[in-house]
Design a protein around this ligand. Structure first.
Ligand code: GLP
Length: 263
């Protein structure tokens, strides 16, 4: 990665947000992997919060390469994923458990027992959500949370609405999200209508957050998150109240920003 591939942007205010705009998806994935691996290497026991979706695939591929090269060690890493469809079997190739095994867990030296996702077939969704929050707190909260962002500004499956929901909860997916995610299924009819998602509380309790986004279809959500009002109608906007957030985005995703400029 050349240094010119990544530019730091600022809005001139001294806040807890850092924004890196990368030349392309490859540069974005390498930059995000450098940040995440650097943090993992600082602690013997590390709690890593993970996201699914297409955006972090490059990051996970880079982390797997760094792991193979001996530059980052997952032996002391425990993971908690943001969300899972509901209901869905872990073996279903559309489940987020399947995704994580495929893109990260099967490729690095992590102990599978230390990888946690919400159970998409839990008979009692409410109890599952409560236990998940308790487990995260017992683990000492997330050290670094990886996030993507939905076109409507959602993080995890925290959909736009009139409030921020703090705890892990069952969500009815919006038509917008079902439509966006249908590209990964045979048809929109196959996309589950519900999900279990970490709430805003566990995300905001993470000691640091790295959000990755690429593509023109994310430009509006990124602008609303960074420059719009802080409102539950754009759930990612709450990240501006966190002390340690890094946005690693490509030029397309940055293309609607007006207040943020290259330093
Ligand atoms: C999904 C996930 C989110 C993800 C978002 C964007 O619905 N629940 O965690 O950030 O959509 O996905 P993608 O990266 O594929 O655009």
């Amino acid at each position: 990665m050349k240094t010119t591939d990544v530019k730091a942007y600022t809005n001139g205010k001294n806040n807890g947000i850092q924004v890196f705009v990368c030349k392309d998806y490859d540069a974005l994935s390498k930059k995000a992997a450098a940040i995440v691996s650097g943090e993992i290497n600082k602690k013997a026991k590390f709690v890593l919060g993970l996201a699914t979706g297409t955006s972090p695939i490059g990051l996970y591929t880079e982390l797997a390469e760094l792991n193979a090269e001996g530059k980052v060690d997952f032996a002391g890493v425990t993971t908690y994923n943001l969300d899972e469809y509901y209901p869905i079997d872990a073996e279903n190739d559309q489940s987020y458990r399947y995704f994580m095994n495929k893109y990260l867990f099967n490729k690095v030296n992590i102990d599978m027992d230390n990888t946690h996702l919400l159970w998409g077939k839990a008979p009692d969704a409410e109890a599952e959500c409560k236990a998940y929050d308790e487990a995260i707190v017992a683990a000492g909260n997330v050290d670094l949370q990886v996030l993507g962002i939905g076109c409507n500004g959602h993080i995890g499956f925290n959909e736009p609405g009139d409030k921020f929901i703090m705890g892990t909860h069952k969500v009815e997916l919006t038509e917008n999200t079902i439509e966006a995610n249908s590209r990964l299924f045979n048809s929109a009819d196959e996309v589950p209508r519900f999900a279990l998602s970490m709430g805003i509380g566990a995300i905001m309790n993470a000691k640091s957050i790295v959000l990755v986004a690429n593509g023109k279809n994310k430009a509006e959500a990124i602008r609303n998150a960074l420059e719009g009002e802080i409102t539950p109608w754009c759930q990612a906007s709450i990240l501006r109240l966190h002390k340690n957030v890094v946005f690693v985005i490509d030029e397309d995703a940055a293309s609607a920003l007006t207040e943020y400029k290259a330093i």
